[in-house]
Design a protein around this ligand. Structure first.
Ligand SMILES: Nc1nc2c(c(=O)[nH]1)N[C@H]1C(S)=C(S)[C@@H](COP(=O)(O)OP(=O)(O)OC[C@H]3O[C@@H](n4cnc5c(=O)[nH]c(N)nc54)[C@H](O)[C@@H]3O)O[C@H]1N2
Ligand SMILES: Nc1nc2c(c(=O)[nH]1)N[C@H]1C(S)=C(S)[C@@H](COP(=O)(O)OP(=O)(O)OC[C@H]3O[C@@H](n4cnc5c(=O)[nH]c(N)nc54)[C@H](O)[C@@H]3O)O[C@H]1N2
Ligand code: SF4
Ligand SMILES: [Mo]
Length: 705
């Protein structure tokens, strides 16, 4: 039978809208939803079928029989798997209290369901991946604007100038954003790109700054200085909605473009010319606060500087600028119901909310659990459930994490693949791939808010279940029906839609329900109340930071120095054909890019006697971990750094295509769990250094092996 469904791609967390055709339970076609993406998809999006059909993914629940990490498993029925987990969770609750269970997930629109599960069980310890992703940027926005990093969206298409600091968007894709940027460029808009190396985005840019690693904050301060000096800011907006501008003016006085140029290894005249451009293009200039610049010591302050630059441009709540995402209420409509449960009134084990009072308590900070698990302070942690999260790939120093995880009686991985954490865990619950599962309905905020959902294109081809089924069943077995008051998807959808007046049939035409016909902008004269700070204004000086002994305007210090001469800073990034660590074993994508390499600057390579293709030995700063990878010698990287693509160096024999292929950046980041930004909370992943030398293993011999 032929079928066509609207759904959402699941090959990365962008979740592009798609349409999938199938015949006799086989997927025959995937394309981007014509109504939103005009059919476009990225290479990963088209590799979804290969993932679904891959036999190197878990195909039924698996219970560990050997030692942790030994890779010996026995197949189990779902009934047995649910019993295994619920029995252990009941015993742990009885012996250690419900707070001794942590649940981590990869955030996203369904995290409310996972959070509700762990809260209903009685633990406050929900966490997510964001300490290694956008936490600094999030906290920077909160401290300034009173709303987090998702409190603003960007109307790139209508902008005149997009400024990206290490936001390599044409590798680290979001299709809609890429399309908007291409439209902006076609309309004559400018793109300024800042990175420590040349990238897919840099080559499309009208201006490129190759900076010394970790100096974005200096560049931003130099730009702010010049913007203020030239008067290229929106005085009316500042008067109306912003406090602390005078303090900013005196703070940046010493940070001249000449100073910034020296710190960043760029030319003063280029900074001045750039400021002239944004002077012409404002207010339609967008500074993206980025992600990767958010992983250095001072990234919280670098991100704050980006947010401040947006404020100076006066680009908030306008076409071609930043806008506040709108929801059902803004359309005069009632919102959907979502699974929810209040947080238990117990201290979090990561210290967020009591020891660290200025951080968002929602997901806390995942890296702060590990030391506390080892010391059992404030209480022991006895179970870790990882839902669509691989702490051993997404967070540094997996060996240290294992010491903490060994304190647990139960490690659960809910994953579509074997993750590095899953391989070490006690039980793997295989989730059906995105093509084989339904999800709850979600609201997508924006200028035109909408309701959408993922719907299965085919029935699961293996003995797998959706996370919604998994959490609902676990909840029912643990007596938590009050939080999960439904038994199947149809009941859940009906319960969610009930207040809205819409029905499931309303999704049929386009795959989503638009809550309004035309974009909603707020009146710029009436933005009071939109900034959720104590004063209701955008606060350049934050009282919350002050009471936590943190400056609002921090003098530039610069990144860490290499501990020894000759070492390199290890930086990393994404490529357009892989997602984090979980597509390197995909049958199609592994063919397109089977391994990573290490980029080394030509001059440094020459000194080391390295040419492209040579095998290199790369060691962690303390030399306790070594790996071998091929060199990519290039002029297009700052000489202080080496660069690799994240997601390789996997150690899971069951995944034959990615097994030991390439280099793992996170395994080289020894000690980095304890190296984090006290103001922003993010892990300083980019402050890691490595030793690099030519390997004694020659390429020819390796090829023969
Ligand atoms: N060294 C280093 N560390 C990094 C990064 C880096 O580049 N280098 N990147 C950082 C960034 S930006 C992020 S966001 C984090 C990401 O860190 P993680 O969130 O841990 O990484 P992901 O690979 O997105 O997903 C984790 C797991 O989800 C599984 N998964 C994928 N799809 C599904 C699904 O549909 N259902 C279920 N149940 N599981 C699924 C994958 O198989 C994978 O095992 O890592 C961060 N850490
Ligand atoms: N194809 C693909 N797309 C993705 C993802 C994916 O895994 N694959 N992941 C998604 C996720 S979770 C995220 S968070 C985003 C990440 O999106 P981005 O942050 O844009 O992506 P990255 O590739 O991690 O990092 C971008 C760049 O930062 C540079 N960089 C390193 N140090 C510095 C510095 O000191 N200054 C500056 N200016 N640049 C520096 C690196 O060289 C790299 O080119 O991408 C999302 N999109
Ligand atoms: S960017 Fe590519 S992989 Fe990610 S959701 Fe969109 S189509 Fe899928
Ligand atoms: Mo991320």
């Amino acid at each position: 039978m032929k079928k066509s469904v609207y759904s959402m791609c699941g090959m990365c967390t962008v979740r592009c809208p798609i349409r999938v055709e199938s015949q006799d339970n086989k997927v025959t076609w995937i394309e981007g939803n014509q109504h939103q993406l005009g059919g476009a998809l990225c290479a990963k999006g088209t590799a979804g079928v290969a993932m679904m059909n891959d036999t190197e993914r878990p195909q039924q629940p698996l219970i560990r029989v050997g030692d942790r990490g030994a890779g010996r498993w026995r197949k189990a029925s779902w009934d047995e798997a649910f019993d295994f987990i619920t029995d252990k969770l009941k015993t742990i609750k009885k012996d250690f209290g419900p707070e001794s269970v942590v649940l981590s997930s990869r955030g996203g629109p369904w995290q409310g369901m996972y959070k509700a599960f762990i809260h209903a069980y009685g633990s406050p310890n929900y966490t997510n991946h964001d300490c290694t992703c956008g936490r600094n940027t999030h906290h920077a926005s909160l401290s300034l604007n009173g709303v987090g990093r998702k409190g603003f969206a960007y109307d790139i298409k209508n902008a005149k100038h997009l400024v990206l600091f290490g936001r390599d968007m044409f590798s680290a894709l979001r299709i809609a954003e890429n399309n908007q940027t291409l439209d902006m460029l076609e309309n004559g808009g400018r793109l300024t790109y800042v990175d420590v190396r040349q990238t897919m985005t840099g080559v499309k840019a009208s201006r490129f700054f190759q900076v010394r690693p970790g100096t974005d904050y200096a560049l931003a301060l130099g730009v702010i200085h010049q913007v203020i000096k030239k008067g290229y800011y929106d005085k009316d907006f500042l008067d109306r909605y912003v406090t602390g501008f005078e303090d900013l003016c005196s703070f940046v006085e010493e940070y001249t473009p000449a100073w910034a140029a020296k710190e960043c290894d760029v030319k003063e005249k280029d900074i001045i010319a750039f400021v002239e451009e944004i002077g012409q293009d404002r207010p339609n200039v967008i500074f993206h606060p980025g992600w990767n610049l958010a992983r250095y010591n001072d990234s919280f302050y670098a991100s704050r500087a980006m947010h401040i630059l947006n404020v100076l441009m006066g680009n908030i709540e306008m076409k071609g600028g930043l806008f506040i995402p709108k929801g059902a209420g803004d359309c005069g409509k009632k919102g959907i119901r979502s699974i929810d449960c209040g947080k238990p009134d117990i201290k979090r084990a990561d210290g967020v909310g009591w020891e660290y009072k200025h951080f968002d308590k929602g997901p806390g900070l995942a890296h702060l659990f590990f030391n506390r698990m080892i010391s059992e302070d404030p209480y022991p942690i006895k179970a870790w459930i990882a839902m669509r999260h691989d702490p051993f790939s997404g967070m540094p120093d997996p060996e240290k994490q294992k010491l903490a995880m060994d304190k647990c009686d139960l490690l659960v991985s809910i994953d579509t693949n074997y993750s590095e954490f899953g391989w070490y865990s006690d039980i793997i619950l295989p989730e059906s791939t995105y093509l084989e599962r339904d999800t709850p309905i979600v609201q997508q905020k924006g200028l035109k808010p909408r309701l959408t959902l993922r719907r299965k294109a085919v029935e699961p081809i293996n003995d797998t279940k959706s996370s919604c089924e998994i959490f609902t069943t676990l909840a029912h077995r643990l007596g938590l029906e009050e939080t999960f008051p439904f038994t199947n998807m149809e009941e859940l959808w009906a319960w969610q839609l009930e207040p809205t007046g819409y029905t499931m049939a309303d999704f049929d035409e386009k795959g989503f329900i638009e809550l309004t016909d035309s974009p909603i902008f707020y009146d710029r004269e009436k933005l009071d109340g939109q900034f959720k700070t104590p004063s209701g204004k955008i606060e350049i000086l934050s009282e919350k930071l002050d009471t936590n002994n943190l400056p609002s305007l921090k003098p530039f210090v610069g990144p860490d120095k290499a501990p020894e001469k000759g070492m390199f800073r290890l930086i990393y990034g994404k490529v357009a054909i892989h997602t984090q660590g979980h597509t390197t074993n995909n049958p199609l994508l592994s063919e397109l890019m089977p391994t990573n390499t290490l980029w080394v600057h030509t001059k440094r390579a020459k000194k080391l006697g390295i040419v492209s293709g040579d095998l290199l030995e790369v060691s962690s700063a303390d030399k306790s971990y070594n790996a071998t990878v091929a060199a990519h010698v290039t002029d297009h990287i700052h000489p202080d750094a080496v660069f690799t693509t994240h997601g390789f160096g996997k150690d899971i024999p069951k995944q034959t295509r990615s097994y030991l292929a390439g280099l793992s950046d996170q395994k080289l980041m020894i000690g980095k769990l304890d190296h984090w930004d006290k103001a922003g909370g993010g892990v300083n992943l980019c402050e890691a250094f490595v030793h690099v030398k030519k390997s004694i293993r020659n390429t020819k011999r390796r090829a023969e092996l």
